[in-house]
Design a protein around this ligand. Structure first.
Ligand SMILES: Cc1ncc(COP(=O)(O)O)c(C=O)c1O
Length: 427
């Protein structure tokens, strides 16, 4: 008992010493550090505050709670992940595959991805492949590895906004080069892009097939870009998320890519994802291919971001790769038919101008006399219950356009077209 009493006494003494020390520190601190924070002190870094909020979300929020919305605003296939992939994840969970695993991914999956990429683009060794927790995470990791404050980065736009915002989070300055629109489709003025890739530029960000325009980089342009970037020591970040959704040539299993033309020692990182081709958006699994010399540093960054991708999801991805080719080809064909149906419908509609997208799953079309795509989309939701993405969400060069994700059943596309026509005919 006496010992207990002594303990209490010592504790009380120590507490009072701590209290008076903290009171002494408090007196010396300026008032703002003592908890009376003004609103301006409670802010994220300037570059974070400058990030654009998603305009697609803004439109989608306008339709929240309505049951009658026909939504084509997000970039997501409308089918769930097939059973054979889901069952593989369930089996891995049943086998208690629930522990942390290696930073760069399960060796089996890295080897399977190297084999897969080798069959599509060019041979890659498994030590130049890293598994990431989504394509988005792959892009963030490669940017953290390569890009720092003040670096000059060039991006080809219109573009999925994340690709422009990610380098800015890290303090880079993003210069954009816009694709050009015509009724034949979107195209790249290669000379303009080469001129923008000046000495001292740190990296080029290029997404082909492109979200939102469906534009695909042509091999001769890819060769010229590689040559130029090699000469000037510019890194290329090639976002190949949609490489399997390519409609340009039936004899190719994937869109031609910068990775396919590069050498293992090139300053090139290709990022990719299971989201689109295998219908796995919610699983959050992707990968990247990079020079092997970069892998140890990428492994450290993975440690400090997510540490590893979930092992049971990696097990499912192994099955997706091994058995998923018929699924990928079926999805591609389904999307090809959906594209043709939607584009034909849009071309029959007054005030609209649309080219044929060569890849991905979007029509990015012009609406004559539409000055404010965000207001237009909100109005479309309110009046017709039709959800499209405003062109401005993809950069200033996207203003005047709308994006329609055509990964949907034909009857839904037809109903959407009817709603859009009704809206346009109101003037
Ligand atoms: C161009 C592009 N790259 C990368 C991604 C990332 O996909 P995820 O993070 O689902 O793997 C997307 C998703 O919409 C995309 O459109």
């Amino acid at each position: 008992m006496a010992a207990e009493g002594d303990g209490h006494g010592m504790l009380a003494k120590r507490n009072s010493a701590v209290k008076s020390a903290s009171a002494r520190i408090d007196e010396k601190l300026p008032v703002l550090c003592r908890g009376n924070m003004s609103p301006t002190q409670l802010q994220a870094r300037e570059v974070v505050r400058q990030l654009r909020p998603s305009r697609i979300r803004e439109v989608a929020n306008a339709g929240l709670g309505r049951g009658d919305i026909l939504a084509f605003w997000f970039g997501e296939p409308d089918e769930p992940t097939p059973a054979f992939i889901r069952e593989a994840a369930v089996a891995a969970l049943a086998a208690e595959d629930t522990f942390y695993t290696r930073n760069l991914g399960l060796p089996e999956l890295r080897a399977a991805l190297a084999h897969y990429v080798g069959g599509l683009q060019r041979p890659v060794s498994e030590d130049s492949v890293a598994v990431t927790s989504s394509g988005m995470s792959a892009l963030m990791l490669v940017t953290q590895a390569l890009v720092g404050p003040g670096d000059r980065v060039v991006a080809v736009t219109p573009l999925w906004p994340n690709l422009v915002e990610i380098p800015q989070i890290l303090g880079a300055r993003v210069v954009t080069v816009s694709l050009e629109f015509s009724l034949a489709g979107w195209s790249l003025d290669l000379d303009r892009l080469l001129a923008a890739l000046t000495p001292g530029t740190r990296a080029l960000y290029l997404n082909s097939p492109n979200n939102p325009t469906g534009w695909v980089l042509h091999p001769e342009q890819a060769r010229a870009l590689l040559h130029h970037c090699r000469r000037l020591g510019i890194w290329i970040v090639g976002d190949d998320a949609y490489e399997r959704l390519f409609y340009g040539r039936d004899d190719l299993r994937a869109a031609p890519s910068l990775l396919g033309l590069s050498d293992p020692e090139d300053r090139l990182v290709s990022t990719n994802t299971f989201s689109k081709a295998w219908l796995m958006t919610g699983w959050r699994l992707g990968w990247l291919c990079a020079p092997a010399a970069l892998m140890a540093d990428l492994g450290k960054l993975i440690e400090y971001n997510t540490s590893c991708a979930p092992p049971f999801i990696q097990r499912a991805a192994l099955v997706a790769l091994a058995q998923g080719e018929p699924l990928v080809e079926r999805s591609r064909r389904r999307l090809l038919h959906a594209r043709d149906r939607l584009v034909a419908g849009l071309r029959e509609t007054p005030r609209l101008g649309v080219g044929l997208p060569e890849g991905a799953m979007y029509a990015f079309f012009r609406v004559d006399a539409m000055a404010d795509s965000l207001a237009f989309c909100k109005d479309l939701v309110a009046r017709e219950g039709l959800g499209l993405a405003p062109g401005i969400a993809f950069g200033p060069e996207g203003e005047g356009f709308l994006r329609w994700c055509f990964a949907a059943r034909h009857e839904l596309l037809d109903e959407g077209l009817e709603r859009l026509r009704r809206h346009l005919s109101r003037g």
